[in-house]
Design a protein around this ligand. Structure first.
Ligand code: F0G
Length: 483
């Protein structure tokens, strides 16, 4: 089913194959109020209050729009501590979509990472992966493991034409297994639509190559399927051999090559919650007893039954190309427009959001002055649009207390599925253009309160100079009374 809409004059304009039936009012506050809000939030967009935000592009996690059928399904939720019919409906949906038999429910993606890391990661282990995710790395390290990122040379290039920058480097994978020894590699982790390098997919061919190495050494593959729908969509669009293969078949094939699949349902099915699925009874039994310990009984895993019902429907909707293709279409539009304006943005367009390169946007601000964090704060001040820093602030300090400059210094602007309109997207692009023209005004940030682990969530920072006030003054000079 291919429902691409062709335009005569504007082939790149994305079109929604849904209509809006429930809306939420938004407010665009004045630039002075926005400056006050970001100061109160310690220049950390995680600490902003949504009453001060216009377009919330922090994440797609738990913020994708639900469908009418998802909301309707919540009415038939079966409230029960154990044996709920809602769980069995969700289990059926998971078996259909991921093609795996055993289902362990968890309250969100990182809870799955906790269970998997506690069971399989031991002191001194190394875990090869195409790239880390913040919570994944933290859980593996807490259990004594070390994350090894086995990406290709293309992965960290901001502007590339490579359609699969999320691929694993097969030769390097062979090398690390030889170097550390099979006994220290509990599993290989593949992350669909690799989040931190710009939502970049891997190809089915690459997964097949990884699987061949894993089989040769008897190593498990663990798939982080939080953004699997989009990765499957890109395989269909970008990998010639899969042009005529259905999304369901692609998903099943990706999962069939994995021993354990886990996911954040906050992303994959527009709800809350998460899960771990496997076909191996042995693996399931190793993890099972941690579910009631950390999550809740086996038939709810920390989720409400309403969420479980909506998750079942949302998972099946992931098989619809017009659903999973909506966010990538808007991202592609925004990325192409930004590139035309000369704004450095991760290319090709991937899943989840636009990723602006703070190193090139703010060459005068060092990574150790947190350029991506400064850019996120500056964009909020001039637009009310909230993005997320995905750079050095998102890395924790090393064992000696030194800051670790991240591979990529990105401002992520998420496009939650079916949430924003094209005119809102154009408003964002317009403010980014102005910010780029006035980028010399922006300066760095410094920590004033810094948690030791996952500091990007709750850390508080301040501007290193009065650059925020100067930015507001220039904004007022150019925009007058306009918001
Ligand atoms: N894995 C990936 C690839 C993710 O993107 C996330 C969450 C998780 C695991 C953890 O899942 O939040 O349900 O506990 N990503 C969100 C984001 C937070 O904004 O990118 P969770």
């Amino acid at each position: 089913m291919d429902q691409d809409i062709k335009f005569y004059s504007r082939p790149s304009v994305p079109v929604e194959l849904h209509k809006v039936r429930v809306v939420q009012k938004l407010h665009l506050k004045s630039v002075d109020e926005r400056l006050r809000a970001i100061r109160e939030g310690g220049f950390n967009t995680f600490l902003l209050n949504t009453k001060d935000i216009f377009l919330d592009m922090l994440t797609d996690s738990g913020t994708n729009a639900m469908s009418d059928n998802q909301i309707a399904s919540m009415l038939q939720a079966d409230d029960a501590y154990s044996g709920s019919q809602s769980f069995y409906r969700m289990e059926e949906a998971l078996r259909e979509v991921f093609g795996k038999h055993y289902v362990l429910p968890v309250h969100q993606g990182r809870a799955a990472e906790n269970v998997i890391s506690q069971v399989f990661v031991n002191e001194g282990d190394v875990i090869p992966m195409n790239y880390h995710f913040t919570t994944t790395k933290a859980h593996m390290e807490i259990n004594g493991g070390t994350v090894l990122e086995i990406y290709t040379d293309e992965a960290l290039k901001i502007k590339s034409t490579n359609p699969f920058k999320g691929n694993m480097d097969i030769q390097r994978l062979k090398d690390v297994i030889a170097e550390y020894g099979v006994e220290h590699v509990p599993f290989i982790r593949m992350e669909a639509s690799t989040n931190l390098i710009g939502g970049q997919p891997y190809s089915m061919q690459n997964m097949k190559d990884v699987k061949a190495i894993a089989d040769e050494h008897g190593i498990m593959i663990v798939l982080d399927a939080s953004l699997i729908g989009e990765n499957a969509y890109f395989i269909k669009k970008r990998e010639a051999a899969y042009k005529d293969v259905s999304i369901k078949e692609i998903l099943n094939e990706m999962c069939a090559m994995s021993d354990i699949v886990y996911f954040s349902s906050r992303k994959v099915s527009s709800t809350r919650g998460g899960g771990i699925v496997t076909d191996s009874e042995e693996l399931m039994l190793k993890m099972r007893d941690l579910i009631p310990l950390y999550e809740g009984f086996m038939t709810y895993g920390g989720m409400s039954v309403r969420e479980i019902e909506a998750m079942a429907v949302g998972l099946r909707e992931t098989l619809d190309e017009t659903v999973i293709g909506q966010s990538p279409a808007f991202i592609e539009y925004a990325v192409n427009e930004l590139d035309d304006m000369g704004i450095p943005v991760v290319m090709p367009a991937g899943a989840l959001g636009c990723h602006i390169d703070a190193k090139q946007f703010l060459p005068h601000v060092s990574q150790l002055d947190y350029s991506a964090g400064a850019l996120a704060a500056a964009l909020f001040i001039v637009s009310g649009c909230r993005g997320m820093e995905r750079g050095t602030i998102s890395m924790d300090r090393d064992a000696d207390g030194n800051d670790v400059a991240s591979d990529m210094e990105l401002l992520r602007l998420a496009f939650p599925r079916r949430v924003f309109t094209l005119s809102q997207t154009n408003f964002l692009l317009d403010r980014l253009k102005w910010l780029h023209e006035n980028r010399e005004i922006i300066g760095g940030l410094k920590f004033v309160e810094e948690p030791a682990v996952l500091r990007f969530f709750m850390g508080r920072l301040d501007a290193v100079s009065d650059w925020p006030e100067k930015l507001v003054a220039k904004f007022k000079a150019d925009f007058g009374d306009s918001l």
